[in-house]
Design a binder for this molecule. Structure first.
Ligand SMILES: [Zn+2]
Ligand SMILES: [Zn+2]
Length: 129
């Protein structure tokens, strides 16, 4: 399966060629603040991701040593996150994929850190990861 995506200004774009995982929502405080709501992400080996960033707009920010978050420094779009102990896999912010994605949201994690305004979805929830 080939999927394409990118940030709002399209300065950063990518092609996924492989089998990205279904979408997992993460409501942990880091993901909540980074995305402005919650992280909805698919995941795949970074070897299956062809990134195009000709103007070198993408930045990584590491709020903690264990987890890095990537965003476009021009438009601010949330793009990726990755765990330091698993550098061969990147998570891709699902909203940056060009629809139709063919993916389904299958799980919510860190529901205990969702903000109080959030309306719960009909997705299996875990209180932590
Ligand atoms: Zn951008
Ligand atoms: Zn999270």
């Amino acid at each position: 399966m080939t999927l394409e995506g990118g940030c709002l200004c399209r300065g950063v774009s990518y092609v996924l060629d492989g089998s990205p995982r279904d979408v997992v929502n993460c409501h942990c405080e880091r993901c909540r603040r980074f995305t402005g709501h919650f992280m909805a992400a698919t995941r795949l080996p970074v070897a299956d991701l062809d990134l195009s960033d000709p103007d070198e707009l993408m930045r990584w920010w590491w709020p903690v040593p264990e987890a890095g978050y990537a965003f476009c420094s021009r438009c601010g779009s949330s793009l990726f996150w990755r765990a330091a102990d698993d550098p061969s896999y990147w998570s891709v912010c699902a909203g940056t994929l060009d629809p139709p994605t063919g993916l389904t949201t299958t799980l919510t994690v860190w529901a205990s850190q969702a903000s109080d305004y959030h309306v719960r979805q009909e997705v299996r929830e875990l209180e932590t990861e």
